[in-house]
Design a protein around this ligand. Structure first.
Ligand SMILES: Nc1ncnc2c1ncn2[C@@H]1O[C@H](COP(=O)(O)OP(=O)(O)OP(=O)(O)O)[C@@H](O)[C@H]1O
Length: 342
């Protein structure tokens, strides 16, 4: 468990004082993939760097597995940092060292004997899928391969926590997806906690269980990713959700709704349970109604499908009501009747 209490970082420059992280209090459970999203300048990088004291806090505490990171002296901090791996947007590799030697570097620092080091490096190469590239130099690698080296190096000392600072922001969409898949795989295989910061909602959508939204140094909204997607409250969160959903799926729906003169128009909110994906065909089979799909957008998230679908249900009123009761009572899909056309 990571407990962050009143964490604050103030930068003082010659003509300015900036509170980059402002009194953050937050718990992150073991094994979670915790996403922090915010626009440029929100304080994300400063926040993540405070967790391993690459930045010194101005106030507050970071407690990782009952150990107060903020209270450690430099020797203790060096040892504890081995339990907190970190990967970076621009990889931060050693350009004069091969893949193998980059991955071995933290093991050398922590005094792991040669034979054990070589075995561990091989394990890590297998884990991140860099077989065959052992002797390449960073300049000979693609962006995705460089980040794989970064990940292997970060995992070398078997950390319990992996911090990811915009780890996919320099990568193209396809490579981003491959690296995110790798992080999910590592989280499942090794059970380590992953904290990632990003300005891209699709990164959160793809791998996070929990999300915190940062603005002006504060967490303005936080929770289960699905809940935050479904009911974004703050304007900044709504903007992020819009990044991947477009609007909330009802652009022009009003007009469309008015073209129907019978049945009910309902909006179905899918919130992550994959068993609901066959809902429409199931409804048509089980109830004597017609279902016309009007409009919608469903996206795939870490925990299943999320999205909104507008449908027209046509048929006997009692049968339509039975169908709606069924969806409400028996599935996790939320139903909202937009219009009754009696
Ligand atoms: N070393 C520093 N000295 C002075 N101000 C700083 C320093 N580091 C960060 N800041 C300021 O703190 C605020 C938060 O910056 P931070 O880099 O943490 O935000 P961010 O959300 O990570 O944005 P970005 O993605 O653009 O880096 C910004 O106003 C930034 O200018």
């Amino acid at each position: 468990m990571i407990s962050i209490k009143g964490l604050t970082k103030t930068f003082t420059t010659s003509n300015n004082r900036i509170t980059a992280v402002d009194d953050l209090t937050l718990d992150i459970k073991d094994g979670e993939i915790f996403g922090v999203i915010g626009y440029s300048g929100a304080g994300k990088s400063t926040f993540v760097r405070l967790l391993n004291r690459l930045e010194e806090p101005s106030a507050g505490q970071v407690i990782i597995n009952d150990q107060d990171i903020t209270a450690l002296n430099s020797n203790q901090l060096r040892l504890t940092r081995q339990e907190i791996g970190m990967i970076f947007q621009h990889f931060n590799l050693l350009w004069s060292r091969t893949v193998t030697d980059n991955i071995a570097f933290p093991l050398e620092i922590s005094g792991v004997p040669k034979q054990e080091r070589e075995e561990r490096v091989q394990e890590l190469i297998n884990l991140v899928g860099l077989n065959g590239r052992e002797n390449a130099y960073p300049s000979q690698l693609s962006g995705g391969q460089k980040q794989r080296v970064g990940i292997a190096r970060a995992l070398a000392n078997r950390p319990k926590v992996l911090l990811c600072d915009e780890a996919t922001s320099a990568l193209d969409p396809e490579t981003t997806n491959a690296i995110l898949d790798l992080l999910v795989d590592i989280n499942a295989k090794l059970g380590l906690t992953i904290i990632l910061i990003t300005h891209e909602m699709h990164v959160i959508r793809k791998i996070s269980n929990q999300v915190a939204v940062m603005e002006e140094g504060k967490i303005v909204e936080q929770g289960d990713v699905l809940d935050v997607f479904l009911r974004p409250e703050q304007p900044v969160t709504k903007k992020f959700v819009k990044q991947i959903m477009g609007s909330n799926g009802d652009d022009g729906a009003e007009e469309l709704v008015n073209t129907y003169d019978s049945g009910k128009i309902v909006r179905l909110h899918f919130i992550g349970d994959t068993t609901n994906q066959a809902l429409i065909s199931q409804m048509a089979r089980s109830f004597n109604i017609d279902i016309n799909i009007l409009q919608g957008k469903i996206t795939q998230m870490q925990q299943g499908a999320y999205g909104t679908l507008f449908v027209q249900m046509d048929g006997e009123k009692a049968e339509i009501d039975r169908a709606i009761t069924y969806i409400t009572d028996e599935t996790s899909v939320e139903v909202e009747v937009v219009r009754n056309v009696e």
